[in-house]
Design a protein around this ligand. Sequence first.
Ligand code: PLP
Length: 681
Amino acid sequence: MKDIYLDCNATTSVLPAAVAAASAAMAHGYGNPSSTHGTGLQAKAMMDGVRLLARRLLGSGEGRLMFNSGATEGIQTAVLSALCALRERRDAGQRIGSLLLYGATEHKAVPESLAHWNRLLGLNLTLRALPVDTDGRHDLAVLAELIGDAAMLCTMAANNETGVISDLSAIARLLEERGAHAYWMVDCVQALGKLQLNLAATRIDYAPFSGHKLYAPKGIGMLYVRDGAPFTPLMMGGGQETGWRSGTENMAGIAALGAVLAALDDGRTFRSPAELAQWRARLAASLEAALPGIVFNVPFALSLPTTLNFSVPGVSSKELLDLFDAAGVRVSSGSACSAAKALPSYVLEAMQVPAWRASSAIRLSFGPLTDEATILAACARIERCGEALRASCLLPSALAPLAPLSAMRDGVTALGVDGRTTWLLTDAASASCVIIDPQAALVPRLAAFVRCQGYAVRAIGHTAPAPDQGAARLALREALDALDIEQLDAFDAQGRLAFGAGLRRIDCGDTQVYLLGNSFAFTGALDAHVVAALLSPDLVTPDTVLCGSRDDGGICATVRAALAPQVTPALQLEAGGLAAWLRAHPDAIVVDVREAYEQAACTGLGFDGATVQRVPLSRLAGEVAGWLREPQRALVFFCRSGNRSARAAACLRRLGHGAAWQLNGGMAMAASAPRPLSMAA
Ligand code: PLP
């Protein structure tokens, strides 16, 4: 399965002509452009040619155009230049304004650079984020209020997360009308090759560019400085780039950038905006078909045709990312994910989109080189992802689920949110389930899951008084309108309920522990060793699996391990050696701990004949007892990136399994290993 790379706003592949140009520059045109001999002169001629072309394409007029390492450096240089000039003007007694204004959705390089140089230069101006409207465009009314007091203004041409195109003409008009003196930097990184630029015809003072966002390699960029705008070099030394940026030039990068600019100039290599808009429409149609309820976070009319930013109700960005990745579609999360919590995107927050959308956003970005076949293949895979998600009963908005993937299985499933775990116990024979410690955030998901699987809910248990005073329980009952209320929580006087192997509620001080037969104990916030000591031997065995309500990464314990904790080092397998290792361990069990929807979205994957079990991490607790019965039989866990498999392996090792391994780096490393795993069609 070939990767479909749809994360071009992060970086792009390198144009083959650019690879060839860089390679030629290294192999043949390797001269130092400052040398005065023939080899140096040839290198200089190449560099001058690229600069000339860049100047024409960007309309840089009499302004400076220097090569550098990329946009972060360009932003530093622009900020340093403006702030040095401001300090000089202030020292000379001139009024400079008190604000360093920057768009609230700027790339972090902008506010961080402003804060850094403001502090270092002792300017002590006030950094102020310029708000954007709900479409992501700068709030011109606020700009009009503040611009009179602004010493510098930083805006971007197009946003990297959302693709929103700024109204630079309106900003320029406003600066003109107000006679503003602020220096103006426009981050043009996402605009290159996608928007028409004619820099010298504008009032823009500084415009940084980055090669790797448009098919040139990483480490090459450009900075435009308007003729007459103040300039202070960031790097001093040998006086290269007419003294504007010292250091021997990155000639391979410049040659590659030259090839990209030549492709832009020829008008044939890159797709037209109209074609790109058509492809966005196709992708959007497939996304809408696959993910009912999807919300696009910015209006298409105001954004680059190559960027789609969306959220799906009830599905986190981590889940969507895992799902797309399993299908070989590389997209990125619009929000930063920490271990337990998805942090919202500051860009979407600035646009005041609802919190759930800001923390579950996905960015899909293609580039002007993406071809139609790739878009069509992506659409097909996206639709398959939708089927996988619906079949796993995890799409609250799906009205007509397909045949459930995990239909009618006995099981114990952990659903984690914000560091806490809700347990879902299912019993196939009676088509019923029990929910322990429901959390409000999970209600739509639980309701969809139960409805989609056709379960009857027999009990909604709480191991401790519900922190939400029962709001989640109430919401769940409301969401599950078919729930048979009479049958709910029908525990007898001994705390017993006929469910599966028998459910029993036991008082352990402030905590209610739920026992499922003697196989599982749901122990709430109690520490495993406390539970092990609390429960009498006629209720549990050494092998009883203990499932807590705190999602601390440990997944589960057993009574035996809780009484005699194991400290065993993690066992790591490197992808490159996996095939040979599997041949040497023919009875090993390879366990795919990715969730069911990822497994379904991923076309057949072989492990050189090894036995593969599919046990999503959320269902691991339900399976550990079986593996612990063969503690020396090798178990190899794998997932997408190695995080979940590391947790699974660590859990089994802690529980006393002597041969639990994990595949380091996950599928990503396995696919790129020198001897990759066999992939069946
Ligand atoms: N500005 C924007 C809008 C970007 O998207 C990026 C890259 O993510 C940067 C600046 C930084 O660019 P570079 O990677 O060239 O330093």
